[in-house]
Ligand binder design. Structure first.
Ligand code: 6PG
Length: 466
């Protein structure tokens, strides 16, 4: 039998998810930190309110719910989640489950799962992607938790999730923090894709002197081809829009300083901690951080006086380079997932993850179906970029990627994410690199030792120590 459902936190995402649950015919209890919001929500729900029970507080909500209960938390990540759990614990009983549907740090999810399980309660860490529209009409849902707890809620989660060819974009991906980790990496890829798109925009706008609306049209056209994706689609929309106050292109009235709530950064931190480098994602996170230094950049424009010149790049060059960059962003994301899966013994299924991302989420794109197939097939060295179709795609787009990065470099346009993607591809296609010299340097200054190429002997020292 299905547990009684409750949802706490009726902000933008919470209320959209609640309406989605109601829309699918499930009765729901709701509450919010401030009770006014709950009242407004009940009014907003209109006819859907028939299956709704509202409470003035989280505890009252839990008390009004017959056991077994499943309480979905849609509150900001961090302390609000711990506070909610603490309030709930005395009112729950074995068989009840708390579902964290926010963008939690997976380390917290692992800790919370352990704490709740030790009290006989269950916890699901559920990554939800798709923004407000997704939450309302069908998000992509990435679940971490025990199999039995997942099965208890699968019916509801499948019902509210986005569908791709009829298949729900929801899955249990592994235990405890696995779902939130996959969501975090999703966001890392989101950051990289957004940055790559913004770099293309910059080259068109400031290197080719194109107007935002004209650039929007190009993106709209790309959305019909291999770059088909939600982010390219909304980019076209944003670039076409006019500011209602001034009639200027909407992008022109927006301050060029991007915020970030942490998931992109966590992706990079985890990657580095696991001895990986998700360089395109890192470049995107860094670009947002640098963007915040508006004052420094203004001073730099005056003091250093470097200029941005024009670039001789066609739409086709930019389209191909963006495709290559996007493949690198996904590939680096999956590399981090692999490292985490090994470290935490999650047995992540990369094809399933790609399938869950095919609809509902922010990084949905036509490439994901191909990525899922690639992971179901045979990938040399386990690398997405070496799969037949992707290797072919990269061979054909590489000249454009080189052209874009070099044109940008020669004309003074910052393209950190494209540069990072190119550096990664060049490194991963070079059998004999240059770290022999680094090993030599390490041995020279610190007697760190190296492995001989000819004999395979380790702990060797150079003639500088003879
Ligand atoms: C989604 C989004 C969303 C996320 C922001 C990232 O999948 O629906 O990833 O969950 O919170 O898009 O936010 P920042 O850009 O503010 O870090």
């Amino acid at each position: 039998t299905l547990p009684t459902l409750g949802l706490y936190g009726l902000g933008t995402m919470g209320s959209a998810l609640a309406l989605n649950i109601l829309d699918n015919g499930y009765p729901l209890h709701v509450s919010n930190r401030s009770a006014n919001v709950t009242k407004d929500f009940v009014t907003e729900a209109g006819p859907l309110a028939e299956k709704l029970t509202s409470a003035d507080s989280l505890v009252e909500m839990a008390q009004a719910m017959p056991a077994p209960r499943a309480i979905i938390l849609m509150v900001p990540a961090g302390k609000p989640v711990d506070d909610s759990i603490e309030q709930l614990i005395p009112h729950l009983e074995p068989g009840d489950v708390i579902v964290d549907a926010g963008n939690a740090d997976f380390n917290d999810t692992r800790r919370r799962t352990g704490e709740l399980e030790s009290r006989g309660l269950a916890f699901l860490g559920m990554g939800v992607s798709g923004g407000e529209e997704g939450a309302r009409n069908g998000p992509s849902i990435m679940v971490g938790g025990t199999d039995s707890v997942w099965h208890g809620l699968k019916e509801v989660i499948d019902a509210i999730a986005a569908k791709f060819d009829g298949a729900p974009c929801a899955a249990r991906l592994g235990p405890d923090g696995a779902g939130h980790f996959v969501k975090t990496v999703h966001n890392g890829i989101e950051y990289a894709d957004m940055e790559l798109i913004a770099e293309v925009y910059g080259l068109m706008r400031y290197g080719r002197d194109m107007e935002p609306a004209a650039i929007g049209e190009v993106f709209g056209g790309w959305n019909e081809g291999r770059l088909q994706s939600y982010l390219v689609e909304i980019t076209a929309e944003v670039l076409a829009a006019k500011d209602s106050k001034t009639g200027e292109p909407a992008v022109d009235v927006i301050l060029d300083r991007a915020g970030q709530k942490g998931t992109g950064r966590w992706t990079v931190i985890e990657a580095l901690r696991m001895g990986q480098s998700a360089s395109a994602i890192e470049a995107a996170v860094g670009a947002r951080s640098w963007s915040a230094e508006k004052g420094t950049r203004k001073a730099g424009a005056d003091i250093l006086g470097f200029t941005r010149g024009s670039v001789d790049l066609t739409n086709e060059d930019l389209e191909a380079a963006l495709l290559a960059g996007r493949v690198v962003a996904y590939a680096q994301g999956f590399r981090i997932l692999k490292a985490a899966s090994d470290e935490f013994e999650w047995s992540l299924d990369f094809a399933t993850i790609a399938e869950v991302w095919r609809a509902g989420c922010i990084i949905r794109s036509s490439l994901l179906d191909e990525i899922a197939s690639a992971f179901r097939g045979n990938l040399p060295e386990g690398q997405l970029i070496f799969g037949d179709d992707f290797a072919e795609l990269l061979r054909s787009t590489m000249p454009a990627l080189r052209k874009v990065v070099s044109a940008a470099a020669l004309s003074g346009h910052a393209v950190p994410a494209f540069s990072a993607a190119l550096g990664f591809l060049d490194t991963m296609s070079t059998a004999r690199g240059t770290t022999d010299l680094i090993q030599g340097q390490r041995d020279r200054f610190g007697m760190h030792g190296f492995e001989r190429l000819d004999t395979g002997e380790t702990g060797q020292h150079g003639p500088w120590w003879d």
